[in-house]
Design a protein around this ligand. Structure first.
Ligand SMILES: [Zn+2]
Length: 398
């Protein structure tokens, strides 16, 4: 067994929602957290001193699009470039992401499965990056939200089953469906349901048979209700949530991934930034209701997992802080926001035995920052050290 790496001196936030503690050493061996012990009991081995820093689990961004770069009009930018250029850029974005302390992402739509190759290249150690879970193409109705870029159109339960099977064949880790209209496709309305209940059920059933979880782009109330009826794992966006829908999510253990920054960034950038008119108009129309839905979910006790929809207009990859700061602005404590980006997110993705906490047996996904993010969420941007699955991605220790 190789010598362990011992991390000492930091204040520890273990990701479970417990208060920060000091005087602990984290022992890393073979890419995993071997033990968390009192500093005086730390084994000999190579020691990294993290004095004055806060050590926490690597962050999890439950909603990204690695093939899109957060330009004002990312869809047009991607369509105009060669496929190879998309692959190179997605590779760079994976690196930016891990260097910002985000050690796991879930990609909910890319370009012809390029993001799956990024996933595999990180896994094999060929390139630096976070652990990536991929959906491949999202299942949408003909002409529905997502059809132009990241969707696989399917109509009727049988075709939906086939579409899901195609994603499984391609190697998808999770199945994404488009249950309602959205902002980034012209001619569809965020509040309108799209896939029917039968289609939603078919998609989720196919995913379940293969042991996969499901994520639904779901903004309107009727579409959210269809997803809850079908047994969805995560509701993405949840703009038009109601109290009754929130109660159902609590009862059924369904997670909300709010992605508050996505429409907020579009509304802030606006036409002046070059964002398409339809996206600006629809984002402005849903922005307030989106925050209201988030607050409702928070009050009701819905499990909220962090996800930024990174790659959408003016919403680049890397730091998760803009999303977490909006969650805090919406009423979450900074400590709860950290929890939403660690242990809760890991549970939403089915990775609770792999990452999201600092506990023996889990992967060594670790982030050390200057300051205390449980009090001031922006401290997460003061990155000093990142380890992703035992590999050091950032070392700015003095
Ligand atoms: Zn998205």
């Amino acid at each position: 067994m190789p010598d362990p790496l011992v991390l000492t001196g930091a204040t520890l936030i273990d990701g479970t929602g417990a208060a920060p503690v000091s005087g602990r050493a984290v022992v890393v061996r073979d890419g995993r957290i071997h033990a968390v012990v009192a500093e005086r009991d730390a084994p000999s081995g190579q020691t990294l001193r993290l004095d004055g820093l806060t050590l926490l689990p690597g962050l999890i961004n439950c909603h990204v699009h690695l093939c899109f770069g957060g330009e004002a009009d990312p869809g047009t930018a991607m369509v105009k470039e060669a496929f190879a250029a998309t692959v190179i850029k997605a590779t760079m974005r994976a690196r930016e992401t891990v260097e910002a302390g985000v050690t796991t992402v879930r990609d909910l739509g890319g370009r012809d499965y390029a993001e799956l190759s990024v996933r595999d290249a990180v896994r094999s150690g060929t390139i630096p990056g976070p652990r990536v879970l991929c959906a491949g193409k999202g299942i949408c109705i003909t002409g529905g939200h997502g059809w132009q870029l990241i969707g696989r159109e399917a109509d009727g339960p049988d075709e939906v089953r086939k579409a899901v099977r195609e994603q499984l064949r391609a190697g998808a880790d999770v199945i994404k469906i488009f249950a309602t209209g959205g902002v980034m496709t012209p001619g569809v309305e965020p509040n309108s349901a799209q896939l029917t209940l039968d289609e939603v059920r078919a998609a989720i059933e196919e995913a379940r048979k293969a042991g996969r979880r499901t994520a639904a782009h779901a903004m309107g109330s009727d579409g959210i209700a269809n997803c809850l009826d079908g047994g969805i794992t995560t509701i993405e966006h949840g703009v038009f949530l109601t109290e009754a829908l929130c109660e159902r999510m609590v009862r059924d253990g369904v997670f909300l991934v709010p992605t508050l920054i996505a429409p907020a960034a579009i509304a802030a950038g606006g036409l002046a930034a070059g964002i398409p008119e339809y996206a600006v108009r629809k984002s402005l129309a849903v922005a307030d209701r989106h925050l209201e839905g988030f607050r409702m979910a928070l009050r009701a006790g819905v499990m909220i997992a962090a996800g930024a929809d990174s790659g959408t207009p003016c919403n680049p990859h890397g730091t998760l802080v803009p999303e977490l700061a909006l969650m805090v602005k919406g009423g979450m404590t900074p400590a709860a926001a950290v929890h939403a980006a660690t242990a809760v997110a890991a549970r939403a993705l089915g990775l609770e035995h792999e990452t999201g906490r600092i506990a023996p047996g889990l992967a060594a996904d670790l982030l050390a920052v200057d300051g205390n993010p449980a009090e001031r969420i922006e401290a997460l941007d003061e990155v000093r050290f990142v380890m992703a699955q035992g590999r050091i991605a950032v070392n700015r220790l003095k």
